[in-house]
Design a protein around this ligand. Sequence first.
Ligand SMILES: NC(=O)c1ccc[n+]([C@@H]2O[C@H](COP(=O)([O-])OP(=O)(O)OC[C@H]3O[C@@H](n4cnc5c(N)ncnc54)[C@H](OP(=O)(O)O)[C@@H]3O)[C@@H](O)[C@H]2O)c1
Length: 350
Amino acid sequence: MNPAKIPVGVLGATGMVGQHFVKFLEGHPWFELTWAGASDRSSGKRYVDATSWRLNGTMPEGVRSLIVEDCKPGNAPRLLFSATDASVATEIEQAFAQAGHVVVSNSRNHRMDPDVPLLIPEVNPDHLKVIPHQQRKRGWKGQITTNPNCSTIVLAMALAPLKKFGIKQVVATTMQAISGAGYPGVASMDINANVIPFIGGEEEKMQQETQKILGDYTGDTIRSLAAQVSAHCNRVPVVDGHTVTVSVAFEQKPSLEEIIAALQDFRSLPQERKLPSAPPQPIIYLSEKDRPQPRRDVERERGMTVFVGRLRECPVLGYKFIALGHNTIRGAAGAAVLNAELMYSEGLLD
Ligand SMILES: NC(=O)c1ccc[n+]([C@@H]2O[C@H](COP(=O)([O-])OP(=O)(O)OC[C@H]3O[C@@H](n4cnc5c(N)ncnc54)[C@H](OP(=O)(O)O)[C@@H]3O)[C@@H](O)[C@H]2O)c1
């Protein structure tokens, strides 16, 4: 172990999102993966024996011989990323927070709790202020912070710079990649040359999470944005990258140029502090008439940037555009690691 680095662990390290954490943390300048937890199917085995590696490239060398542990507090490092199955994440994450761990979770279980930050470091870093209230209310020495659902984060990042124009109504339609369904995900007989117009629970998550993320910290809780948000969620035969078409009504009537400038000029704390996983430009506006596209754009900027394009007038709500983000990087592991980097820079890991 490198003594100059902060030891970190991953709960659910053997699963699909867990593997993305392992890959994303490889070579991280601040964090070193020293601990991996999973179910009793895996505990006691070497990571290499417990895990069917599903990602491109080979399993990082440093993790292969880690012995997988039970997801129970004991010898785990203080900072833990969580990618445990949603059916068990509530109890596991709470047990670790109770025992003094900082849990940075990718699971949906605690996202909508009013005392848990649903964090995008560029968008609502002030929501971290709710943590002391969380600790007092729950009697925890540790804490839980979450990142949004993989399609919500694309929508919320694209809307955040436009909040100053007064967002009134949003209609968002997704075209979501199959990697968002985990492994083995959607059967090939269902998704090949097809569109599936239903993803269980996804529309509700996009609607409620977007309102919470764009909402305000009020002292001991987070008050959701009053804007109406309607989501249509579809699974499409794309491997990586969630595309979202968005129509939006504003209280003010900004010009097209003002909207593009707001998107392009958007910078925030992660950029000011040069956090290791922060993209230099969180949102890139593409002026080509047929971009962004998942195959051409989603891997750019290490998968941490949201690409926006095709801003034009909408005869119903005022304006419409298209946004694209990497669902397993910006929408999962990369999002959580950037959350932890912000928390470290705020002194919350001391
Ligand atoms: N897939 C995505 O793109 C995506 C995106 C955003 C969020 N998420 C969320 O991330 C979480 C993980 O998703 P996933 O697709 O990675 O699932 P997955 O591949 O099924 O992995 C689940 C992980 O949880 C562990 N686990 C299962 N039961 C457990 C138990 N009783 N105690 C301790 N650990 C247990 C598994 O360990 P074993 O290997 O030992 O069974 C595995 O490491 C879920 O909450 C999901 O909603 C997924």
